[in-house]
Design a protein around this ligand. Structure first.
Ligand SMILES: Nc1ncnc2c1ncn2[C@@H]1O[C@H](COP(=O)(O)OP(=O)(O)OP(=O)(O)O)[C@@H](O)[C@H]1O
Ligand SMILES: [Mg+2]
Length: 327
């Protein structure tokens, strides 16, 4: 796998998704429900999730072999391995066991009234000890020029130094580090520098730069360009509005052609990032990887990721990419 890296080209050995706050997602579908009612659900699905695992699932859909790493609760790790067995052709599992159970999140989908409810628990897997263990695990498995993708909620700020050490371990191994998180953790990690990629949405970028930015390409690109000393590639996603890519080599905006009502608004960023990583791993430049990233995010929004192959979805979704300025 080859990464265009400024003027340089670098070989990427493997993509490793790394989740520090994973979860089980339970999704119950029911035709109409109100507070206080008892109803039989039409279907319930339970699966290993969290942003890093969602990126893994998207990469598997694209046929990209890679490694899923990060923390998982020792009490339910065998259950997770069983649940992920269907993906084993593409996903090499290298999870680090942490004491306790992985949190369980619940989504209730009311299919009659087309509305959803998301119940979230706090993840308690990250501790000084479990992060140390993860760091040691990564030290043995990360290879030079791997892409290490830290995605999802970061542990409490009290564990900041432990998290930073884990990221530093990957960097010290010569990996390209990508981060998709938010809030003070994103701020701190970006301030630490030496990153390959971040993927904030507009709200996350506003928080990161401390400005109330208009959702237009020019101000987003200008704000993102201010981060290039610390990050090589900044991908700002704008929901249905597409995305802006800012690198040291140039700035591009992209969006899909045509609109449809979105079936999903959560998880699109994970598919977008997977689309970008898959294309870069296949030897595309960041600018060339923008179109597949947009197509993958949109495939999730339009629920094509469940019903078609990645090749079919990519062919069916037209994108328009425009350079904003050369640098
Ligand atoms: N309603 C939509 N219609 C078409 N494409 C969409 C829509 N929402 C998102 N996308 C696609 O997915 C990409 C990422 O979406 P978004 O900006 O919502 O990410 P996000 O806020 O990080 O999402 P999450 O963190 O929930 O995964 C967009 O750049 C776009 O390509
Ligand atoms: Mg996101």
């Amino acid at each position: 796998m080859i990464v265009a890296h400024g003027a340089l080209v670098r070989i990427i050995g493997d993509i490793k998704t790394i989740g520090l706050s994973p979860c089980w997602d339970t999704v119950c579908r029911v035709r109409g429900i109100e507070w206080g009612q008892h109803k039989l659900v039409d279907s319930t699905t339970v699966r290993p999730a969290g942003k890093a695992m969602n990126i893994s699932r998207a990469l598997a859909w694209m046929g990209r072999r890679h490694t899923a790493a990060g923390l998982w609760g020792g009490e339910d790790i065998r259950q997770a391995e069983r649940a992920l067995r269907a993906l084993r052709q593409w996903v090499r599992l290298a999870l680090t066991e942490a004491p306790g159970a992985t949190r369980r999140n619940v989504t209730v989908v009311d299919t009659l009234n087309r509305r959803e409810m998301h119940l979230r628990n706090v993840s308690e897997l990250a501790t000084g000890a479990s992060l140390k263990r993860l760091g040691m695990h990564l030290r043995t498995m990360v290879r030079r020029a791997d892409a290490c993708v830290f995605a999802g909620m970061m542990p409490d700020q009290l564990l900041a130094a432990d998290v930073d050490r884990v990221i530093q371990t990957c960097r010290a191994k010569g990996a390209a580090v990508a981060v998709d998180t938010s809030g003070p953790a994103l701020q701190r990690i970006v301030d630490g520098g030496g990153l390959w990629l971040i993927k904030p949405n507009v709200a996350e970028l506003c928080e990161l730069v401390g400005q109330d930015l208009a959702d237009r390409a020019a101000p987003l690109a200008k704000a993102a360009a201010g981060l290039l000393e610390n990050v090589e590639v900044v991908l700002v996603t704008r929901g249905a509005g597409g995305a802006v890519l800012v690198t040291r080599d140039g700035v591009w905006q992209g969006r899909v052609v045509g609109r449809r009502k979105a079936a999903y608004t959560v998880g699109c960023g994970d598919y977008f990032l997977a689309g970008f990583l898959d294309a870069v791993a296949a030897g595309k430049t960041p600018a060339e990887a923008l179109a597949p990233a947009l197509a993958a995010g949109t495939a999730r929004a339009w629920s094509l990721a469940e019903t078609t192959t990645w090749q079919q979805a990519y062919q069916a979704i037209a994108t328009r990419i425009t350079p904003i300025s050369g640098r």
